[in-house]
Design a protein. Structure first.
Length: 185
């Protein structure tokens, strides 16, 4: 069982579109340089990974050659999430947080296994309508989120564990690469 899991994880990592990951990295760096905001969302395990992205990007990339990173996980304030879910709908928990906030200079990163969750799709659609850049990192479910994404990393799996492992691996890879590239300037 363990060998099969790790074999599948390695297979999916080997199939990642490195060119697209490099495009996402450039987008993130440009957003940081232009002092734009990066918002990140996800549900379940992807929600906790969104928080992990904030920690790594905010702390790891805190050095003089780039401005401080403005990155926010919209999953982190449970009081806000439950207020919107209770008073409006669960579908609106991220959309309402982005309303009147996300700008053309900003990025929304969506972490999802299926890419089908209505709350994620609604937020991505709104961000796209506001001319912000939308990055989706999803599994191979052909979810609706892809219709509103400018940048897409599609993980060749429908296994939530594999997909979520790669969500976190991409956080570490991208933030480490940016640190390596810019900390010596």
């Amino acid at each position: 069982m363990y060998k099969n899991y790790f074999k599948e994880l390695k297979r999916c990592i080997d199939l990642l579109d490195i060119d697209e990951i490099e495009r996402i990295e450039r987008l993130i760096v440009d957003t940081i340089k232009n002092k734009g905001n990066i918002y990140i969302i996800g549900n379940g395990g992807s929600s906790s990974t969104a928080s992990h992205y904030v920690v790594d990007f905010a702390k790891k990339l805190d050095f003089n050659s780039l401005p401080r990173v403005n990155i926010y996980s919209l999953s982190d304030n449970i009081s806000t999430i439950t207020a919107y879910a209770n008073d409006i709908s669960y579908e609106d928990i991220y959309f309402e947080q982005l309303k009147n906030k996300i700008l053309k200079s900003d990025v929304l990163i969506v972490l999802s296994a299926s890419g089908k969750s209505k709350n994620l799709v609604k937020a991505a659609k709104y961000a796209k309508n506001m001319n912000a850049s939308v990055v989706s990192i999803v599994g191979k479910f052909e979810g609706e989120i892809l219709n509103f994404s400018d940048y897409k990393v599609i993980i060749d799996s429908k296994d939530y564990g594999i997909i979520e492992d790669i969500h976190l691996s991409l956080n570490h890879a991208i933030s480490s690469n940016i640190k390596e590239e810019y900390s010596n300037e």
